[in-house]
Design a protein around this ligand. Structure first.
Ligand code: SF4
Ligand code: FE
Length: 481
């Protein structure tokens, strides 16, 4: 297992065609706007070397060797439960999206889907995938699971789009591989990944054959272009005023990843035209990732609840009954999300390949709650923080020789807490609710791992409403059994 330092060094060997705020960036590991995101990813390496955390973060690899959990397959429902626990711990430690779960979810979804595809169609993808997994585990790599296409006109199927590149597709088949073109949007952690694992974004039909493609490529493969997405208050990271950032050490990033005719060698192709299995791959990846949110967002919720409690305390309101009631409500909402993450894991079942899959209905319920509860938790945090949350001056004003002492005097709450500490906590709340961290805590909760409608569709499909009707009819005496 690599250390955090070895991970960062391994990135130095990679090339990037990366654009940030309209400029090409060469040294992508040192860019101040990106560094917090790299720190969060590095934490996933660091934590696996902490002996107290080994039970959650170290797993067995394909050949029985110890590997970082983020590269492992789930061999039991306990493994699924431990995953949620691990993600909660990392959410607590970083207060943001630590970006590595997407690849973990992609590996697990590919394992069972390629196995079943081979059984049904006589293809040879699973052995190829296992070789790839060995490579990922041996080198302890960060994989970026790339699913969401840019999608063009949402009313049209991939093959009906006026521009055929709105969904990632195969544009050429060669004896030794394929050439792909398209773009994946909102790619969490992509810039600091070693590998990109691309998958289709929806269930394809026979006409969409060229779009039913899954593969892995090195993240610096020729033709891959990264464009960083902006976050609210992101340029504060460029200033020399760390406390104004709110969460100065950790952050996340999303990028648009363009595949401008990228070559994929045969041994890295895991689906090419088998449209019948694209739906299963999407469903499983989404199911795993919806489960993940019952861990990571809960951990970030823990941070926000703690910050709201500290802010109230610093203002001298810690003992007020309404403050305690609001904190209890935040905890209730947060633990409900956790309960869903644990439940879909505990109810997980073995797939044909032996890898465990979460209970998909419960995973979708988990994620559907995640699209709502963090907003309510954020609302309550803003309530407890008070208006100073959006009117407080900069840390630079507080350290100004003339106005600094005045601010320290007037922004003081309880006597034993300096104004600067109060400001730090409020900035963290700002970061998570309306600042750069809100990308991970709010909007990613809404749209990450699939927007709410995607879960509504899955909940409708996976819950047997006819069986429920039968129960009611039988009890009401409408039918005899
Ligand atoms: Fe992991 Fe959560 Fe970020 Fe997804 S949103 S990559 S599950 S930390
Ligand atoms: Fe996400």
């Amino acid at each position: 297992m690599r250390t955090a330092q070895e991970y960062v060094e391994s990135l130095h060997r990679l090339k990037r065609e990366l654009y940030v705020l309209g400029q090409k960036v060469q040294d992508f590991t040192e860019h101040p706007m990106l560094r917090p995101s790299l720190n969060a990813l590095a934490k996933t390496y660091d934590i696996a070397h902490d002996p107290r955390r080994a039970d959650l973060f170290v797993r067995q690899g394909v050949d029985g060797q110890p590997v970082n959990c983020f590269t492992s397959l789930h061999h039991s429902s306990q493994d699924l439960v431990d995953k949620v626990k691990a993600l909660r711990v990392l959410g607590q430690e970083t207060g943001t999206c630590f970006q590595r779960c997407v690849g973990w979810d992609a590996l697990n979804a590919l394992d069972s889907t390629t196995f079943e595809m081979d059984q049904a169609l006589g293809t040879g993808y699973h052995g190829r995938f296992m070789e790839y997994l060995r490579f990922v585990q041996a080198n302890d790599l960060v994989c970026n699971g790339a699913m969401t296409d840019v999608k063009g006109d949402r009313s049209l199927r991939p093959s009906q789009q006026p521009d055929p590149d709105m969904f990632l597709r195969v544009v050429e088949r060669r004896p030794d591989g394929i050439v792909v073109r398209g773009a994946k949007a909102h790619q969490t952690g992509a810039i600091f990944s070693h590998e990109i694992i691309a998958m289709p974004t929806l269930a394809m039909r026979a006409d969409d054959r060229d779009y039913a493609v899954a593969f892995a490529v090195p993240s610096d493969a020729r033709g891959i272009i990264y464009i960083l997405g902006r976050q609210a208050s992101d340029t504060r990271k460029l200033e020399e005023a760390a406390p104004d950032v709110g969460n100065p050490i950790y952050g996340g990033h999303e990028a648009l990843v363009i595949f401008d005719d990228v070559f994929v060698p045969t041994e890295r192709i895991f689906m090419d035209g088998e449209w019948q299995f694209s739906g299963a791959l999407v469903e499983r990846f989404a199911g795993y990732h919806r489960q993940s949110y019952g861990g990571c967002k809960v951990g970030v919720g823990d941070v926000l609840i703690g910050a709201a409690a500290a802010a109230a305390e610093y203002a001298g309101a810690g003992a007020a009954s309404h403050v305690r009631r609001k904190l209890a409500e935040m905890i209730h909402l947060n633990e409900t999300l956790y309960a869903c993450g644990i439940a879909c894991s505990a109810a997980g079942q073995a797939t044909a390949s032996g890898t465990y899959l979460v209970d998909l209905l419960l995973a979708n319920v988990c994620k559907q709650n995640v699209t709502r509860f963090p907003y309510e938790i954020a609302r309550l945090a803003e309530d407890l923080a008070g208006g100073l949350l959006v009117t407080m001056p900069s840390i630079r004003d507080l350290s100004h020789p003339e106005i600094g002492p005045l601010l320290a005097k007037y922004l003081q709450g309880v006597a034993d807490v300096p104004a600067a500490d109060r400001l730090r906590i409020l900035r963290l709340i700002e970061n998570l609710t309306i600042g750069a961290g809100a990308v991970a805590y709010r909007t990613e909760s809404m749209h990450g791992a699939g927007s709410p409608e995607a879960q509504v569709i899955m909940i409708g499909r996976l819950s047997d409403i006819e069986a429920k009707k039968r129960l009611a009819r039988r009890l009401a005496g409408v039918i005899s059994q």
